[in-house]
Design a protein around this ligand. Structure first.
Ligand SMILES: Cc1cc2nc3c(=O)[nH]c(=O)nc-3n(C[C@H](O)[C@H](O)[C@H](O)COP(=O)(O)OP(=O)(O)OC[C@H]3O[C@@H](n4cnc5c(N)ncnc54)[C@H](O)[C@@H]3O)c2cc1C
Length: 336
């Protein structure tokens, strides 16, 4: 059933009150195929958890809210298990499902909002782990041919918060399910990134299990990231910029305390949050659009901000960072 003039406020974590001219929910592949056959050649707007989008205006396209669920072990051997999850499983619940069965690999990605089907779009990552480390393949429906195509990990062309689904395959596919290869034993424990180690140590844990790592990640994230249910936001608004060694050397002379992470001889990643904080924007607020007071990388909606106001704020910050540091900050959030 197609509904008309539906507010998308409950469906995006910024809590932006824009209208969908036409809105529908699909609960199965069959329903999705039928919908596209009934409304062919339409521009569709695919909506999953709505946690990575800034909606700046009413949506003219037909909004398809995906609700295709199910989790299945499709293969296993002594050491590994291959789990296929349908697109609309809530990511954090899926991670907890794997941990309850002692399957390792996703624990560092606990509490990231959104749905499973979007994880390959963005190559989600946190605390030194990205989805590309465990994702084997995903199935996607080609919107024009209605054929289901399988993308291997390599075919997804993963990069930092990037994939083929944001580039040449953009708007051509709807991801239906994702397969992850997880460990059943000898789990690789990643605790060196960020403050996971110190959190575990404060609990007296020196040889953590994957479940301990997940609990530590949940505790850290809950203490420093605003909960979208309480304060509208979309997580990190900008990507951490990667700059040339040449520019980095110049900046380091001026800002010796600047944190950085060397990617290779010629490329250095700089935390966007530090750039924003140093430029004085942490805690900045104009109307109901603001920069979070604890986490400068997160833009927030204090209540009634409009998407366009948040976009303007983002542009102001981008201009300022460019003027001060000669660095272009790229949005991580999809802006519509
Ligand atoms: C508080 C907070 C913390 C966050 N922390 C992190 C973090 O640590 N690391 C990280 O990587 N991200 C983080 N994010 C961003 C976000 O959670 C992820 O990008 C998430 O994967 C988005 O999923 P979603 O289902 O909400 O996507 P949506 O916002 O619904 O969609 C995002 C994009 O993908 C498209 N899309 C949606 N579903 C499909 C589909 N099935 N097939 C094809 N295209 C589709 C949409 O059209 C849109 O362009 C955070 C967000 C918030 C609010």
């Amino acid at each position: 059933m197609i509904q008309e003039n539906i507010s998308l406020k409950p469906y995006n974590t910024f809590g932006l009150d824009v209208q969908a001219k036409r809105f529908t929910q699909v609960n199965s592949l069959l329903e999705l195929r039928n919908l596209i056959q009934t409304y062919p050649n339409e521009p569709y707007f695919i909506l999953s958890g709505g946690s990575n989008m800034l909606l700046t205006r009413d949506v003219e396209q037909l909004v398809i809210k995906l609700n295709i669920k199910g989790i299945e072990v499709i293969k296993e051997d002594e050491d590994f298990v291959w789990v296929e999850s349908q697109a609309s499983e809530v990511w954090h619940d899926f991670v907890q499902w794997t941990l309850a069965r002692d399957y390792g690999g996703l624990e560092n990605l606990s509490l990231i909002p959104g749905h499973v089907g979007t994880t390959p779009v963005q190559n989600i990552g946190a605390y030194g782990v990205e989805i590309k480390d465990t994702m084997i393949s995903c199935k996607a429906l080609h919107i024009k041919t209605l054929e289901i195509e399988e993308f291997s990990n390599a075919a997804c062309q993963f990069d930092y918060r990037e994939s083929i689904f944001k580039k040449e395959a953009k708007d051509q596919y709807i991801i239906l399910s994702v397969v992850y290869k997880l460990t059943k034993k000898n789990h690789a424990i990643h605790t060196n990134y960020g403050v996971i180690n110190s959190e575990l140590e404060s609990w007296g844990i020196t040889t953590p299990t994957i479940q301990d790592v997940s609990r530590a990640v949940i505790a850290i994230r809950s203490s420093k990231l605003p909960n979208p249910a309480e304060l509208g936001n979309s997580g990190s608004f900008f990507k951490n910029p990667i700059v040339s060694k040449e520019l980095f050397d110049l900046l380091q002379k001026k800002y010796p305390a600047m944190p950085f992470y060397s990617l290779d001889e010629n490329h250095i990643k700089i935390p966007a949050g530090w750039l924003i904080e140093t430029s004085g924007y942490k805690g900045y607020r104009i109307g109901d659009a603001g920069v979070h007071s604890k986490q400068a990388l997160v833009l927030v909606n204090y209540g009634h901000a409009q998407g366009i106001e948040l976009k303007k704020l983002a542009e102001t910050i981008q201009n300022e960072i460019f003027t001060i540091f000669n660095i272009h900050l790229e949005a991580e959030v999809n802006i519509f």
